[in-house]
Design a protein around this ligand. Structure first.
Ligand code: NAD
Ligand code: UDP
Length: 314
């Protein structure tokens, strides 16, 4: 049985990835410090094939057992989270990547990291293929995240070239689903929280900016296919179905049946105007494409958020 270490495994994406790895027969070592994740996300996992280590990945650490894969997913990911933790975010991409790469090298393990569509910044090419180099403000408020991920990609590629290490870089586009924090500040949790509480939905700017939202089960399927492939270059994983944020707000009003209104707030600095993945590479090399339609994904997410809002049973 392969053993996989997952940093950030108590987060939204990481916990779904741990579930999938266990389903595929891996032993899983999950490492997290809960800065943006939660014990609740992994509380359902029991049994000796799962082990949890509470550890800050930006600090040096060692692991004794054998490892076949190291998946470095730990990093604040929501804009309000990385605005609140700018230096931790830079350290997750730099020190965190360095520590986990060295661990993978020592164990002769395949290394994977979760990069992001943010490496494309506010893109001048649309949709974005992996060959696009991006348009990132190196000192803007988003730079702590974008540049950390760009640095990580450069470091990983240098380890591949220098040490011949097997590396995987997944560039994730906006993903949603159960286990997102209701207050994590990203568009879908915000809109759902607001709709369920009869509050105005806060659309930033005029709402004409676009995103392409992928359901989390599709994402982790793509990550698993990439990890177990032999592709050492970045691959976009995302759902190419693009929509404006105003359309998303309206869709959430429909799905929740809420009577809430839409209220516009200022657009955050450097907020990308357009985002849509070109997924030809994932289709060709991984035989992957998303399967879950928006309505199904939003309903599953809504069920989860409703459960989260229920008062605890005494
Ligand atoms: P998340 O905040 O839910 O999960 C991140 C996890 O990493 C949390 O459990 C957190 O506690 C942990 N973590 C953060 N810093 C740590 C540290 N120093 N030491 C140990 N653990 C630490 O976010 P997510 O949406 O699940 O994102 C997971 C990964 O996927 C991140 O690397 C993120 O950049 C990437 N990603 C996500 C999306 C998306 O739409 N969700 C898009 C692009 C990239
Ligand atoms: N957004 C919004 N209202 C919110 C939260 C976000 O209009 O309450 C917008 C945000 O400005 C961006 C898009 O929704 O244009 C997606 O934001 P999110 O934080 O989900 O992800 P991002 O793509 O910015 O990382």
């Amino acid at each position: 049985m392969p053993t996989t270490l997952v940093t950030g495994g108590a987060g939204f994406v990481g916990s779904h990835f741990c579930d999938l790895l266990l389903e595929k027969g891996h032993d899983v070592v999950c490492l997290d410090n809960f800065i943006t994740g939660s014990r609740d996300n992994i509380a359902h996992i029991t049994g000796s094939r799962f082990r949890f280590i509470e550890q800050d990945v930006t600090e040096p650490f060692s692991y004794d057992g054998p490892l076949d894969y190291v998946a470095h997913m730990a990093s604040p990911a929501s804009p309000p989270d990385y605005y609140a933790h700018p230096i931790v975010t830079l350290k997750c991409g730099s020190y965190g990547t360095h520590h986990t790469l060295e661990l993978a090298r020592e164990k002769n393990a395949v290394f994977l990291t979760t990069s992001t569509s943010e490496v494309y910044g506010d893109p001048h090419e649309h949709p974005q293929p992996e060959t696009y180099w991006g348009n990132v403000n190196p000192i803007g408020p988003r730079s702590v995240y974008d540049e950390a991920k760009r640095y990580a990609e450069a470091l990983i590629t240098a380890y591949h070239r220098t040490h011949g290490m097997e590396v995987r870089i997944v560039r994730i586009f906006n993903t949603y689903g159960p286990r997102m924090r209701l207050n994590d500040g990203r568009a879908i949790p915000n809109f759902m929280h607001q709709a369920l509480n009869g509050l105005d939905l806060t659309v930033y700017g005029d709402g004409t900016q676009t995103r392409s939202f992928c359901f989390v089960s599709d994402l982790v399927d793509g990550i698993y296919r990439l990890m177990t492939s032999s592709v050492n270059e970045p691959v976009n994983i995302g759902n190419p179905k693009e929509m404006t944020l105003l359309e998303m707000a309206q869709k959430i009003l429909q799905v929740t049946g809420s009577q809430s209104k839409i209220f516009h707030k200022p657009l955050p600095e450097d907020d990308p105007k357009l985002r849509r993945p070109n997924i030809n590479k994932a289709r060709r090399l991984l035989n992957w494409e998303p399967r879950v339609d928006l309505e199904t994904g939003l309903r599953a997410t809504l069920d989860y958020f409703k459960q989260q809002m229920e008062p605890p049973k005494s």
